[in-house]
Design a protein around this ligand. Sequence first.
Ligand SMILES: Cc1cc2nc3c(=O)[nH]c(=O)nc-3n(C[C@H](O)[C@H](O)[C@H](O)COP(=O)(O)O)c2cc1C
Length: 373
Amino acid sequence: MNTNNHPIFQPLQWLEHPLKNRLAVAPMSRVSASADGLATADMVDYYTQFAKGGFSMVITEGNYTDEIASKGYCHQPGLISPAHAAAWQPAVTQVKANGALIIAQLMHAGALSQYAGETLAPSAVQPTGVKMVQYGGTGAYPFPQAMSQEDIDIAKNGFVSAAKMAVLAGFDGVELHAANGYLLDQFLTPELNVRNDQYGGNTHNRFRIIAEIMQAIRAIVPAHFLVGIRLSEGKVNDLKYRWTAGATMAIEILEEVRNTAPDFIHIAVQSGEWERDSFYADGTNYAALAKQITGAIVIANGGMHQLTRAARVISESHADLLAIGKAALADPAWPLHALNGTTALPFHPDMLWPEATIQHTQKVIQSNTLISL
Ligand SMILES: Cc1cc2nc3c(=O)[nH]c(=O)nc-3n(C[C@H](O)[C@H](O)[C@H](O)COP(=O)(O)O)c2cc1C
């Protein structure tokens, strides 16, 4: 394939941001921050490599948003204090200096914390599956406690204050993590949210916490600061989960999203099975619906390192940008390889096993033992 003409290399003028291609790095938790959530020198190098490797946008791993109940992992970065903002600043500066946008993902783990013994969630529904060993988890997820109005207010304030810290750190924007089964997705998902107050019931009510956070963030960030949202159907502990009401539910959610006027919507398929997990019985597609209904920039994620799939998603206007996860982790110069027709180092599960840290991945890559796969 002559990749120079591939749709992923079409430039895109997004507001005042000239993007050289359609390639973003997907958010990936690397549990490599200090014990108190400060970004480290390893993280500066790690994030800078993606910009040097040709990505036009980098979305960070999920940052925790409050000290109370949001943390998903030990050694997760946070954005809850000026010290966290200052720790992120070198990575932000380097990524921008190398020509890429950098967006901070804001994450509250809710019932899916990998280490907390007591968790909060919209309702007391025990998550299915077991915790993730690579992220320090062991055993079953505990039964979460249903959030009170005060808990909800604390969580909302955490997101808003984290957005303020992201501005302070120099990020170009924030992505609200409302995907993959974490807190905001727990609110959206009918089986996990059985509340009978204003935050439960119909789609409008289940979306309410997200709408309130988006609105409050908008009110305190500069006009040019990008505010977006990540959505998915699949959960980390249930990759094949689909909305039971299919496209009807997707449309209802996207109509709510439209009312928050996001700058971007990131539709994620963590399984990587884009065709299986993002199309509905009537042939419509979650990302394409997001574009049609909201008119915002749409980012598609899930196996987008496959060039035929990537071409289709861009050419058929299902999305404007593609977020690449594991292929970027294995080889941060993936875009340059695709452009030059050279071979990128492919992803191997050992890069994340038995731990998902940056240092471990580097060690595995440098050991060269995976090349023959
Ligand atoms: C190591 C790792 C960590 C991840 N951490 C996050 C995260 O912090 N936030 C998030 O929204 N998704 C996270 N994901 C999901 C990815 O963003 C993405 O959805 C998934 O890898 C599928 O994309 P791919 O097929 O390009 O790898 C993570 C995935 C991996 C492999």
